[in-house]
Ligand binder design. Structure first.
Ligand SMILES: Nc1ncnc2c1ncn2[C@@H]1O[C@H](COP(=O)(O)OP(=O)(O)OP(=O)(O)O)[C@@H](O)[C@H]1O
Length: 329
């Protein structure tokens, strides 16, 4: 039997089905519940970063309004997939003609990524919304509110979605790993939040990919992302700065060979380390080294050999690090 997508992808499998299941976003959930109770609502505008529950909230709302068979009263369109406003208009027209549910006087259209539409297309959309307002309510979802034209903003009730808090994300991940009976380290779940900063979809996707390593550890999380653990990059940089060039080079080889990281990944992380306020070096040395990092990155992108370029950079770190650090003693 072919598995359904919601059985394969945890982000789908664990998508809350009802408003009560939604994690946090309390104010939003309360307002939406009122619409369900009154069986009435205006057009809605959901704005906020990816993976914070906009689509989920729209689906849970229609589920609670119409029950398990909500699908016949619900049309989901993606503004960036569908070819232009004409397709949207004709699909909405067709949908508006279908039967309305007995106990709720309207059906719902969810238009995802509405901020990808041009201003002209949004004007046309606004007319379509007005034309079918008798039988249909629109929920527009977007990442950037500023890209939605004023006439649409003023005709919709705005719901702002914010990134989920660390505690909410970690608890949700915990719930999933327990349910899936996978081994995990608590620190790994926290690391996932530190990387995704409240994007629940991304958090769950990383969790699932890391689980494929048998146990969800910090190391597995970094592997999934194709990133070395910051600690290893930091160690390499510090060894080089102390003039321990051969040891730093050994670390570099481990990152390239064992981790299978690309030169581009490594140079980006070296950049992060050298700009971090945790690294205690003088401004002068920092500026000098970052200049070399820029040059190395450029050469790597242009196709020069990763290992040779990064080794040359470590040599610069060793030469100048040693000089500046001993000068300051
Ligand atoms: N508040 C939440 N509670 C529980 N799970 C959530 C929540 N928000 C998001 N998720 C999880 O993340 C997945 C993605 O969420 P959703 O599709 O709602 O994001 P979105 O805000 O619509 O993102 P995009 O802007 O990328 O479309 C869901 O399938 C669900 O598993």
């Amino acid at each position: 039997m072919v598995e359904k997508i919601e059985e394969i992808l945890w982000a789908e499998k664990y998508r809350p089905r009802t408003l009560d299941d939604i994690v946090n976003q309390k104010e939003i959930v309360e307002r939406l519940k009122k619409f369900v109770k009154e069986k009435n609502m205006p057009h809605l505008l959901f704005a906020g970063p990816p993976g914070t529950g906009k689509t989920t909230a729209a689906l849970a709302l229609v589920h609670d309004l119409y029950g398990d068979n909500y699908e016949q009263y619900f049309l989901e369109l993606n503004a960036s997939d569908e070819r232009g406003i004409d397709v949207i208009r004709s699909k909405v027209k067709e949908f508006a003609r279908t039967v309305t549910p007995g106990n709720v006087p309207f059906k719902v259209v969810l238009l995802d990524e509405a901020d990808n539409m041009t201003a002209d297309a949004q004007q046309a959309l606004r007319r379509t919304m007005e034309l079918y307002t008798e039988s249909t309510r629109f929920i527009l979802a977007c990442n950037y509110l500023s890209k939605i034209i004023e006439p649409i903003q003023s005709r919709t009730a705005l719901f702002r979605f914010y990134p989920l808090k660390k505690e909410d994300v970690v608890n949700r991940l915990l719930y999933i790993v327990k349910n899936e009976k996978v081994d995990y380290d608590q620190k790994a779940l926290e690391t996932i939040y530190d990387i995704t900063l409240g994007d629940m979809r991304k958090s769950i996707n990383i969790l699932q990919a890391a689980a494929a390593y048998g146990k969800i550890t910090v190391e597995a999380v970094y592997k999934v992302l194709g990133l070395a653990q910051p600690k290893e990059i930091r160690e390499m940089v510090n060894l080089a700065l102390q003039g321990k060039f051969m040891q730093a080079r050994e670390k570099l080889r481990t990152l390239l060979v064992t981790y299978g990281l690309s030169g581009e990944d490594i140079i980006k992380q070296i950049h992060r380390e050298l700009t971090s306020s945790e690294l205690q070096i003088s401004e002068e040395l920092r500026v000098l080294l970052l200049d070399y990092v820029g040059e190395t990155e450029f050469r790597i992108i242009e196709g020069a050999d990763d290992e040779i370029q990064l080794t040359a950079l470590l040599a610069k770190l060793a030469i100048y690090g040693n000089k500046y650090l001993s000068d300051s003693k």
